[in-house]
Design a protein around this ligand. Structure first.
Ligand code: GTQ
Length: 351
């Protein structure tokens, strides 16, 4: 057997004669060994994703300024992207697969219909009176609601209310872009069709059935009202006082599988004073605080999240969530890359 120590330091590019390196480059060839440890680091990945906190307090005035500086016709989607400097701001990535954006719609504005290959969801942060029409289904937007715009479905946003409306967009754009599969198509304003998934699937355990025929829609439910998700968490917490993680997953109510194909979405309730250590898993995560005040510890970083704040954590990293209040629960929206990792067979839970 070879002695492992003989492989501890590998040859560098500079060790090779210049004319040899130049000839390799001319032939579109690259020696592996100078880069082997970078692409296959020992023991665990070396993520570009850094733990980053985007406080809403600092983001909001800049978003409102965008509302003054850039009319909707010049933006189409008026969004400030929450970009992770670890990837380079211009990459517009929160993590390897996740994109985050805060979108502002002002009263009377309209963001025209389009559809695209990346999957999106919206988590409503502030304001009333706006709606998203997805696949002909008009979805009202209220704080904490989750609205899906899965791959390929037409969507447009409108606003009949009288204050600014802000929501958090979560897309798998970085992944789909990396795959060279990202594009959009512009469309005409949609005609709203009768029937709403959030009503048809309003009660867990029973699903609409057309004389023994279940829906064959890929995305039967597009809007997940916060009142329902919050009530589910409260009920779970009350029913199981010993339950450590009071968490629900946003799923397709027909199949029970993740609501979308690539990213996973969850809501978590932290009981008053609760500290929760999350298992160390391969997918990166995003935390958005819907209600309360929590501390998020991500390896050596600690972020004090206020309501509407957002932060991200790389994969393979210990994360600790702590509810700062000893009187009230806290409610967190989580997005992660679990469905992607599971489908690709690279998912790991290191406990
Ligand atoms: O609202 O359709 O943040 O197409 C990025 C791309 C939002 C949207 C984003 C989009 C949208």
């Amino acid at each position: 057997m070879q002695d492992q120590s003989r492989f501890d330091t590998l040859g560098r590019l500079e060790d090779l004669p210049l004319d040899y390196r130049e000839e390799l480059a001319r032939q579109n060839l690259v020696p592996l060994w100078p880069s082997l440890r970078a692409v296959l680091p020992a023991g665990k990945p070396q993520p570009n994703t850094r733990p980053i906190h985007w406080p809403y307090e600092t983001l909001r005035p800049l978003l409102m300024q965008a509302g003054e500086l850039t009319p909707i016709e010049k933006a189409e989607r008026r969004v400030l992207v929450l970009a992770n400097p670890g990837h380079g701001l211009e990459k517009m990535q929160a993590s390897a697969a996740m994109y985050l954006g805060m979108q502002l719609l002002l009263p009377g504005e309209w963001a025209p219909a389009h559809r695209h290959t990346p999957n999106a969801v919206r988590m409503i942060v502030e304001g009333e009176g706006a709606y998203t029409t997805v696949d002909g289904e008009k979805c009202p937007m209220s704080r904490g609601d989750l609205i899906l715009t899965p791959t390929g479905l037409w969507h447009e946003h409108g606003h009949d209310g009288d204050g600014p409306v802000v929501w958090l967009d979560v897309l798998d754009l970085p992944l789909v872009y990396y795959m060279e599969a990202s594009y959009h198509i512009d469309g005409e304003p949609q005609t709203v069709k009768p029937g709403r998934g959030d009503r048809a699937y309003a009660r867990a355990g029973v699903v609409p059935t057309q004389v023994f025929q279940r829906s064959n829609k890929a995305y039967p439910m597009l809007r997940y009202p916060w009142v329902e998700a919050r009530a589910a968490l409260e009920a779970l917490a009350a029913d199981q006082p010993e339950l450590e993680a009071v968490q629900v997953s946003y799923v397709n109510p027909e199949t029970g599988t993740d609501a979308e194909n690539i990213l996973g979405f969850y809501a978590l309730m932290l009981r008053p004073g609760q500290t929760l250590d999350l298992p160390v898993r391969s997918p990166a995560m995003v935390f958005h605080l819907i209600e309360g005040g929590i501390d998020v510890g991500i390896s050596d970083n600690s972020f004090a999240l206020a309501e509407a704040d957002t932060c991200c954590a790389p994969g393979y990293t210990p994360v600790r969530l702590r509810n700062r209040s000893t009187n009230s629960p806290a409610f967190v929206f989580i997005a992660d890359e679990t469905p992607l990792h599971r489908k690709l067979g690279v998912f790991e839970n290191r406990g």
